[in-house]
Design a protein around this ligand. Structure first.
Ligand SMILES: Cc1cc2nc3c(=O)[nH]c(=O)nc-3n(C[C@H](O)[C@H](O)[C@H](O)COP(=O)(O)OP(=O)(O)OC[C@H]3O[C@@H](n4cnc5c(N)ncnc54)[C@H](O)[C@@H]3O)c2cc1C
Length: 325
């Protein structure tokens, strides 16, 4: 584990704010307050395509027209009973049907806690296998998102287990975790496609690099391992430095632009998304939708102080101008 330098005060404040927002993202009390507020709904729409599958399909069509692929995500995390998990699974089957019907260039991303991971592995495996088989019958692909580090082991185990029956399932690895290089080696052995991201949860320094510079350095190291593996992976980032490092490495190693894809989130750096596509790179946009958008929205606020400032300003009541006549 690296020695940690003392962070300057502003970085410390940013770190505290990020931790606070990520902590609040799990608050069952705050969620309804934010989700039923008209202003929050409007601000959240920057990051979330809408509340219905129709909204997501429209967003996917728009990105397809611009030459980009999509990955649809039905928002919802940590279901508390089997009925909720089965309902989420039905939602995912319907998404694959709709993608096929509409002939969209799109796959699907999901979180295992939405399929009952907290209720035990067997229900979760049963549901993922069902969804993966449904996707395979439609020639499609299922990405299992990565959640907080309490779920990393179980998520990787389930991806590998489902892959032994359905190979159209891929994983996500987070560059901020110390363990990720080992996880990549393990997943590559099973032939899994991997999405590399920096990581969006609040992790302690015992498991994750606390400093952004270390996360970025690890991201570049892991990106090189992935690209050199010969398997088709997703390089998920909006960071121009990570993107440039990927382009440079691919050029040096003569890895074709069709051998990997860049991935970005709906509503973030749309300019960069289109530029990459124009340059001939493959780009996929992660399109979340659904009524359970609160934790996802809070993670996006936590990533960038400017998002939080904009949100708080929007919440302030507008005072009517004083009549001075
Ligand atoms: C397709 C995709 C899938 C993901 N899946 C997962 C997952 O399964 N598990 C997981 O833990 N994380 C996931 N993430 C989130 C990821 O871990 C990061 O939290 C997020 O992408 C921000 O990191 P960055 O690489 O863009 O770099 P950063 O250094 O955070 O940001 C680089 C630049 O991107 C822009 N930017 C980044 N975030 C925002 C934002 N919220 N609002 C506005 N601008 C922003 C800014 O211009 C910023 O300067 C995913 C990200 C993507 C793109």
């Amino acid at each position: 584990m690296p020695v940690q330098p003392i962070a300057p005060p502003h970085r410390f404040r940013l770190h505290l704010m990020r931790s606070l927002l990520l902590h609040l993202s799990e608050s069952k009390r705050l969620a309804p307050l934010i989700m039923h507020n008209g202003v929050s709904k409007r601000v959240a729409r920057r990051f979330v395509a809408g509340e219905t599958l129709d909204d997501a399909v429209q967003a996917a069509r728009r990105v397809n027209v611009a030459g980009l692929a999509a990955s649809l995500d039905l928002l919802g995390e940590n279901v508390s009973n089997e009925e909720g998990a089965r309902r989420s699974a039905e939602g995912y089957l319907a998404i694959f049907d709709r993608i096929a019907q509409e002939k969209l260039a799109a796959n699907v991303s999901l979180k295992l806690t939405q399929l009952g991971l907290d209720l035990g592995s067997s229900l979760c495996v049963e549901l993922v296998e069902k969804i993966a088989a449904h996707a395979a019958a439609r020639g499609n692909f299922l990405r299992i998102d990565m959640e907080g580090s309490a779920y990393t082991d179980r998520t990787i185990e389930i991806v590998k287990r489902v892959r032994s029956k359905c190979t159209n399932v891929g994983a996500v690895v987070q560059a901020y975790l110390y363990r990720s290089e080992q996880d990549i080696a393990d997943l590559l052995q099973s032939g899994s496609r991997i999405r590399l991201c920096k990581g969006a949860y609040d992790e302690p320094p015992e498991v994750a690099f606390p400093n952004k510079a270390d996360v970025d350095a690890n991201y570049i190291k892991l990106m090189k391992i992935l690209l050199a593996s010969g398997i088709y992976h997703g390089i998920a980032t909006h960071d121009p430095v990570m993107i440039q490092a990927t382009k440079t490495f691919a050029r040096e190693k003569k890895i074709g632009r069709d051998r990997f894809e860049f991935q970005m989130l709906h509503g973030i750096r749309t300019d960069l998304q289109k530029t990459l596509a124009r340059e001939g790179y493959r780009v996929r946009i992660y399109i979340p939708f659904g009524t359970e958008w609160f934790p996802y929205f809070m993670r996006r606020l936590a990533e960038r102080p400017a998002n939080l400032t904009f949100f708080l300003r929007s919440l302030l009541p507008r005072f009517p101008s004083r009549n001075t006549s």
